[in-house]
Design a protein around this ligand. Sequence first.
Ligand SMILES: [Zn+2]
Ligand SMILES: [Zn+2]
Length: 357
Amino acid sequence: MEGNMKCAVLQEIGRFTIETVPIPKYGSKDILVRVKYSAICGSDVHIFDTGFGLKEFPFIIGHEFSGEIVEKGNEVEVLEVGDRVMGLNIDFCGECWWCKNGLWDCPNIVKTGIGFYEQGAFAEFVVIKNARLNFNVYKLPNKLDDRVGSLAEPISVGVGNVDAIEVKKGDKVLVLGAGIIGLGAIAAAKAKGAEVAVINRSKTRLAKAIEMGADHAFSPLDGDPMDWIINLWGNGIYAYHYGPKEGGMADIVIEAAGVPTTFRQAFEMVRVGGKICIAGTATELATIDPNWILLKNPKIFSGLSGNFAESVRMLANKEIDGDKLISHEFNLEQIQEAFEVAKNTKESIKVILKIAE
Ligand SMILES: [Zn+2]
Ligand SMILES: [Zn+2]
């Protein structure tokens, strides 16, 4: 498509400007998407604050978006102009054995794509390279609007975690951290019929966790989390009565905060033979007593991958009420203010930008 588009350019750490630039070019396997809504991710805030993970300055970031296909390359199948879609930021090569077999293990991913290494979605148009339906592009059903559709990517992580660890009806699930991953996991676990407890410092976020269905919520500002979880679900002693005299009885712990305290708590609060999902990204080392593994035999899962199809389905069916997760909406010109709000994670949940009608 010829012509220009409006976009937000991150000029340097902490400073956006609104610019007019040419609409991006695309290749024969790519699609051109007119962006409707873009959500601000925690990693965008991290880039805004530190420049971490970014190819270069100036750069157009943003990778959580909904939009409509306006043009496509001549080798693109199945996807059509007019389809409403969400994309993701992983740049698959599309050529290797794994890509051709629909697997996620492409060894040629050297940099993450849209918003990190390729032009991002804080712009009126974005290109999805090597576009393949239900792989790196997902269609939004009619009953899922563009606004909530922009949350399908961030929600996919919590949804994918709950799926991967096979949460069942009646499971006692403890979620440590009520960021967007934790909140998505809470809603997804409730949809499976689990009993869900959450621990998080911010009371705004705890209130949101309860809105998303959490049965029990606690802030460490109000006391000792270990005492709280033992009062709630009982004292789970370690195998052979070795080790500490106190332990939690959670069937499943989803660690979604990424700090040393919560990594430790995950092992302390899971019951013997329970499951731990590590979904938080650690920025420093955490200390774990190996005896907690020896004497509790927890099954440990990585929370890295999301389930996009399930996320879209649950948002569309209102099994997860995405509207409740959007705390603030701005237009593209207000991006600087939007980022200041998103940085205040005690008060904001998900901040989104309206890019087009
Ligand atoms: Zn993200
Ligand atoms: Zn590949």
